[in-house]
Design a protein around this ligand. Structure first.
Ligand code: MN
Length: 494
């Protein structure tokens, strides 16, 4: 077996022969489809697909997601058609590959006012968390191999990563990936600050490293004595971009950043977490105001842990995070940790179609129930998903112009709202609308993802009926102006 394939299979949570076969087949299929293609670096294009799939495997993605990672550029870049993928790999893999292809068409123009909309659109377009994972894994490899591109393109890609991809990774709770995406982009966009932050961190870290070792040993001995199993104790060093932001807020004084290095203690149960924290506080004095119970009160992206910051007694201060294995998986992988534990037999697109369906049916959906059962932390899972709903979809819809530009509108908005959102004249002379290629009435309620084209006539004018159809204050105001209505004139219903 190819060593690459071997590596892809190693991380699978569920490894049936079917899944091994799927990945192996996708590997060979992509290799053939991209035969002769090169990246700008001169390397075979196929290396990009293998690296993307490896990133996914590391995140704990399931076999279908890994297969889709291998195939993600086939429809866009080769002769392979959607029908080919469906026939060879089924509806689910096709759904993922098409999702990634759609995401590739979203245009990033670097306009500050579009950033938030574009993030929402990205998630809405993806429809499924797994599509986002593939796109993030794809971007991670593109950044790692970015040196072959011109400086201008490098900067554009890095900027887009910082403004769109990293915040989404953060929102989905994929901390590790977010940190890597940010640091790679940071180096490209601000090389001087990057080097300076690296220098400061290294200096500080040399100092704390010996303390970390000694505290680790002491905690281990203490827990063993108290009969608490230690699953692992390790430490993480703060990523450079987030350190840079903290340093900026603290006059570049690293002694005021307490979590440059954090010890992570993984214990079996929730009770063990609290016992461990108590034991730690019985030995080291905690810094006031730095004890945080994210188990009782998880962060918005689902993160759970107990945090404390202690004086080691030798002049240094370190942060300690205590959590269970499950909490650790969520901290590192976010939604990916849910995805990988997803039950295998529910393979219809409807059943596992992620985010949007999930959000629309928060209590009755099979996938969510599985999560609830497997996580045994129903409360946290539900609030996490509700958080996503609130942030991304709260009473807003996102529609496109035929050129792929994004218009963010309230629910139940009509083509008239759309027209006025683009330009006053477009609204004032709107005579008809096409939605997804079909003529519709101007009173039609638009839906998420609609492509809207406004027909105009020089002679067309707003009518008072429009005031009943519009949802946006902007459109209402402009129609009233055109109708010659002052603010206190009410329009009589017809
Ligand atoms: Mn790609």
């Amino acid at each position: 077996m190819e060593p690459d394939v071997q590596e892809l299979l190693e991380n699978l949570v569920v490894t049936s022969s079917q899944e091994r076969e799927l990945i192996t087949r996708a590997y060979t299929y992509a290799q053939n489809a991209h035969k002769g293609h090169q990246r700008e670096s001169g390397l075979p294009y196929f290396t990009h697909l293998v690296e993307t799939a490896k990133n996914l495997a590391r995140l704990g993605a399931d076999a279908q997601t890994i297969a889709a990672g291998l195939l993600h550029d086939t429809i866009e870049d080769t002769d392979v058609t959607a029908d080919d993928i469906r026939r060879e790999f089924g509806d689910d893999v096709l759904f993922l590959v098409e999702g990634v292809t759609k995401l590739g068409k979203l245009k990033y123009r670097g306009l500050k006012r579009h950033v938030e909309t574009l993030r929402k659109l990205f998630v809405a377009t993806a429809e499924d968390v797994r599509v986002i994972l593939i796109k993030l894994a794809d971007r991670l490899h593109n950044l790692r191999s970015i040196k072959a591109l011109s400086p201008d393109r490098q900067k554009r890609i890095a900027q887009e990563t910082l403004e769109i991809y990293a915040p989404i990774a953060h929102r989905l709770g994929i901390g590790q990936l977010k940190g890597e995406l940010e640091d790679l982009s940071f180096e490209i966009l601000h090389p001087r600050e990057y080097k300076e932050t690296l220098r400061i961190r290294n200096e500080k870290h040399a100092q704390t490293l010996s303390d970390l070792g000694h505290v680790t040993e002491e905690i281990r001995a203490m827990l063993t004595k108290a009969d608490i199993d230690v699953i692992s104790i390790d430490h993480r060093i703060k990523h450079l971009y987030s350190l840079h932001k903290k340093l900026r807020d603290r006059d570049m004084n690293i002694d005021e950043v307490y979590d440059v290095a954090a010890l992570r203690v993984i214990v079996p149960t929730l009770e063990d977490c609290y016992l461990t924290l108590g034991l730690i506080h019985s030995v080291w004095k905690p810094l006031p105001g730095r004890i945080k119970d994210y188990i009782a009160m998880p962060k918005g992206n689902g993160y759970q842990s107990l945090h404390t910051t202690i004086f080691t007694g030798t002049g240094t201060i370190i942060e300690i995070q205590v959590r269970t294995k499950e909490m650790h998986a969520i901290a590192e992988l976010g939604v990916a940790s849910h995805v990988s534990y997803k039950e295998k037999k529910s393979t219809s697109v409807e059943e596992i179609q992620g985010l949007r369906t999930l959000i629309d049916l928060p209590t009755s959906h099979g996938w969510l129930q599985e999560l609830a059962r497997e996580q045994k932390e129903t409360k946290h899972t539900t609030s996490f998903m509700q958080g996503l709903k609130r942030d991304f979809f709260k009473e807003r819809i996102i529609v496109f112009t035929p050129r792929g530009e994004v218009v963010d509108l309230p629910e139940h908005a009509t083509p008239i709202d759309f027209a006025y959102a683009i330009h006053t004249d477009l609204g004032n002379h709107a005579s008809g609308a096409r939605v997804n290629g079909t003529f519709v009435a101007l009173s039609t309620k638009l839906k998420h993802g609609d492509i809207v084209l406004i027909e105009t006539k020089e002679s067309a004018r707003p009518s008072s009926k429009w005031l009943r159809w519009v949802k946006t204050a902007n459109a209402r105001r402009k129609i009233r102006t055109m109708l010659g209505l002052t603010d206190d004139t009410t329009v009589k219903p017809e």
